[in-house]
Design a protein around this ligand. Structure first.
Ligand code: DC
Length: 223
């Protein structure tokens, strides 16, 4: 399947909808490159916070985005994220980055830079991309589009599991706040593409979600 250069699978959805786990498994199963676009916004947010750049200062964050080199490496141990050659895989998942990433991601110029880079990374390859605007903006012509969702309580519960020690109420509040900022921003808001398949993962296991997506891909490919 990697020989198919236009094989783009777009997976969008809010935080905790299961898209990262599912996208990774689909990529592995279909031998496609996995691109976590949220990790790119997170790496830039980490760069801003560590350089004392205010995440709300659009022009300074944009300047920083132009200078930063963010790389994603799909390794057997998982996705490695580096910022100017320094590994920031763990740092980009911190509560501080969680609190500011939506502010960075709503900057128009930042989104333009990221979208261009995401298209470059995917160019000429078979890929699975996950994010918020993949099916609507980055690859509106993607062959397969999925929008994963789940109830806010379930999404918060999943995030708490990933962050031992985090307070459930704080996590839920952050998930809700990010939903609000991500879906109300002017450029590339979190939105289901009209032609995306909607999957409510609230009561589904990861395996069931992966199976649902794989079935859709096969069915569509045969017709
Ligand atoms: O998927 P995630 O939680 O790692 O994403 C982190 C943030 O990045 C999320 O709150 C919104 C933003 N994001 C975005 O605006 N567009 C994308 N394509 C991916 C993520």
């Amino acid at each position: 399947m990697t020989e198919d250069k236009n094989f783009v699978v777009a997976i969008d959805g809010p935080a905790g909808s299961g898209k990262s786990t599912v996208a990774k498994l689909i990529a592995k199963k279909l031998k496609l490159l996995y691109i976590d676009t949220g990790a790119m916004y997170r790496a830039l947010t980490f760069a801003a916070l560590s350089n004392n750049v205010n995440p709300l200062d659009n022009s300074s964050v944009t300047k920083l985005a132009k200078k930063c080199r963010i790389e994603l490496e799909d390794t057997p141990a998982g996705l490695r994220v580096s910022l100017n050659s320094i590994d920031v895989t763990c740092e980009i998942r911190s509560p501080k980055v969680n609190s500011h990433v939506s502010d960075v991601a709503k900057i128009k110029e930042v989104r333009e830079i990221m979208v261009k880079e995401q298209r470059r990374l995917a160019s000429g390859k078979g890929v699975v991309l996950e994010g918020r605007d993949i099916g609507t903006v980055v690859f509106p012509d993607a062959r397969y589009k999925f929008y994963l969702d789940a109830s806010v309580n379930e999404r918060a519960k999943r995030r708490v599991k990933e962050m031992p020690g985090a307070k459930p109420n704080d996590v839920k509040a952050n998930v809700l706040l990010r939903d609000k900022i991500d879906s109300s921003r002017e450029i590339g808001p979190l939105k289901k593409a009209q032609d995306a398949v909607y999957v409510d993962t609230t009561d589904m296991t990861i395996e069931e979600v992966v199976d649902t997506i794989l079935k859709k891909i096969n069915v569509t490919r045969c017709t």
